[in-house]
Design a binder for this molecule. Sequence first.
Ligand SMILES: *Cc1c(COP(=O)(O)O)cnc(C)c1O
Length: 479
Amino acid sequence: MRSHLLNDTTAESYRRSVTEGVERVARKLATTSGPFTGVTPAELAPVIDAVDLDRPLGDASAALDELEDVYLRDAVYFHHPRYLGHLNCPVVIPAVLGEAVLSAVNSSLDTWDQSAGGTLIERKLIDWTAARIGLGPLADGVFTSGGTQSNLQALLLARQEAGTTDLSKLRIFSSECSHFSVQKSATLLGLGPDAVVSVPVDRNKRMQSVVLAAELETCRAEGLVPMAIVATAGTTDFGSIDPLPEIAALAEEYGAWMHVDAAYGCGLLASLKRRHLLDGIERADSVTVDYHKSFFQPVSSSAVLVRDGATLRHATYHADYLNPRRTLAEQIPNQVDKSLQTTRRFDALKLWMTLRVMGADGVGELFDEVCDLAAAGHDLIAADPRYDVVVEPQLSTLVYRYVPEAVTSPAEIDRANLYARKALFASGEAVVAGTKVDGRQYLKFTLLNPETTVSDIAAVLDLIAGHAEQYLGENLVHA
Ligand SMILES: *Cc1c(COP(=O)(O)O)cnc(C)c1O
């Protein structure tokens, strides 16, 4: 069994095994004809059930053969130009190379004595990101598992800085389009059920700062504490960016912590054409960035940044075995002092390799391409009488719905759109997402693949219309 350990004596087997895996994935990527096969859980479950985990195959080739059936054949492929579903990006090769290196060396970023250069590389990327945001000389931060964890950590710091221990008094303000992890964080942080005040959005799905101001005033008048304002820079559904300068001014006026959730919009930090859309982000107390959304990084790659690095102490605990107090005096850089996690992947290496090979401009160019594509896609849908489109995109998301020519009930239109989405997914020809707008069923393209073209969008719209028409036609027959 020792032959399976990666060490000085097994280099050849490591090379062979990983190369074979890479070969198979490369072949797969080259030959997938759609983003998905349309397999159902009921079809796939028995295939996986049939694997006896107590009878190993003993050999990587055999395990890879089996993997074809249990995973690779039916996986959802984000690199395919007709994958337009969730906020998943195709990944850049330098990042995948970084992933291969980081998992083989397997550094753990909690302490210096488990990572050495890895810690310094992560710190440099944090400084780089903070500088791109413009957070100032005291800024700091740490890589996290994703936007959910980044938001939780930011709100933890905000809670600790709020100046009261009466958690029932704390209020968080975020738009009705903010990510659900804000609400989840509030619950995890022990705040009351009414802690999150949902601020309405305007027709472009951006937080209405006038309403925010009124809510803050009410909060103050009721003797409550405005703990944090969460501005979203790139809402998950619409890619809309809240008015950051207005929100920053209100946060200052009311003494609230300003958190910017730029999980999606962070790609603008590298953009050559659209960086100005983030103006005002430099006034934040904390920022969430998901490199695994708009920097073309493999999951996980995310960070939370803070204006004042000293606030990260709220996540610091000292363990005799790991990061004893004396390591502070000795100035040993232990990232666990800043993190909610202990053992932690060296995800930063993926971004490092990306910046060293392509540079930030290269990433920004790709993100600009998908934002341009969304603008063109918007014009296409807006001109198509079969469809209604909700907002002009600021980033790369389009929310729209099929509307039949013949008069049907709103509920029937909802069902036709939902049916079309499911039928399309089952066909495997394309993957789109769905969401609700004002209680009605809509469909969504999240465009993160620069290889997707306007004609892909047109073709997918035809497919959706076909499925929706089929649904409505069949229902007429049955009615
Ligand atoms: C995706 C997303 C999150 C959650 O990030 P994960 O990496 O999925 O945990 C938070 N906020 C916004 C705006 C998002 O789009």
